[in-house]
Design a protein around this ligand. Structure first.
Ligand code: GRF
Length: 209
């Protein structure tokens, strides 16, 4: 399956997914990297691995020659993209994109949605909120994307213990490690068409028979 990955930062999830495609554990091909930060780590990794990089959206001051949402959709279609994977992408996805790729856009959030999600709760702030709440578990959530932040149908989660005097950084590190594992497993399932939608709209991953 042809994949586009959207990042805004280091792109560690992107790199793990790309490694999975290279070592054969994921039957996918990352054909395009999209980022709003042209010099971020994810974009650097893409360039050094021959993956085309597209900046979207352009920064405010450069927005004159920036792509419109519908032009972005056209580019994704030109590359034959079948699934869009958000991985540390901090901008809201344009409604045109959500509508053009129904049930084909995934995001990973570093907490157990629906808790600890929504606009403004991203990065280290998520882990601070988890620690302040006294929650005993956190962990990554992978969900389909709709027009809002962090509210689409949940596809997969995994639990990470919160240790008594964890710092937000320590919790973030432990959750990120689990994100890498979970996202590669989920993208492998997506590429092998092992996602089934329950009649009540809940997506389920079928294990390999
Ligand atoms: C991760 O915590 C991810 O859950 C969130 O962005 C953070 C950075 O991810 N969406 P990455 O290292 O850029 O993949």
């Amino acid at each position: 399956k042809k994949l586009a990955v959207f990042v805004s930062g280091g792109g560690s999830n992107f790199r793990k997914i790309h490694e999975g495609c290279s070592d054969g554990s994921v039957n996918g091909d990352v054909v395009l990297l999209v980022t709003n930060k042209k010099d971020c780590g994810g974009a650097e990794y893409a360039r050094s691995n021959g993956i085309p990089v597209l900046v979207f959206p352009k920064a405010k001051r450069e927005s004159s020659d920036g792509l419109s949402p519908s032009e972005l959709v056209d580019v994704l279609r030109k590359y034959g993209v079948e699934f869009v994977l958000l991985a540390g992408y901090l901008k809201l996805i344009p409604v045109e994109l959500v509508q053009a790729f129904p049930k084909r856009i995934l995001n990973i959030h570093p907490a157990l949605l629906p808790a600890f999600g929504g606009k403004g709760l991203y990065g280290i702030r998520v882990h601070k909120a988890v620690l302040e709440s006294g929650a005993r578990y956190s962990g990554p959530t992978i969900h389909f994307v709709d027009e809002e932040y962090d509210t689409g149908r949940i596809l997969a989660q995994s639990a990470v213990r919160v240790i008594a005097n964890d710092t937000p950084e320590e919790l973030a590190k432990r959750v990120l490690h689990e994100e890498h594992k979970l996202y590669v497993e989920v993208v492998a399932a997506i590429c092998e068409e092992r996602i089934k939608w329950r009649e009540d709209g809940v997506p389920l991953i079928q294990s390999k028979e």
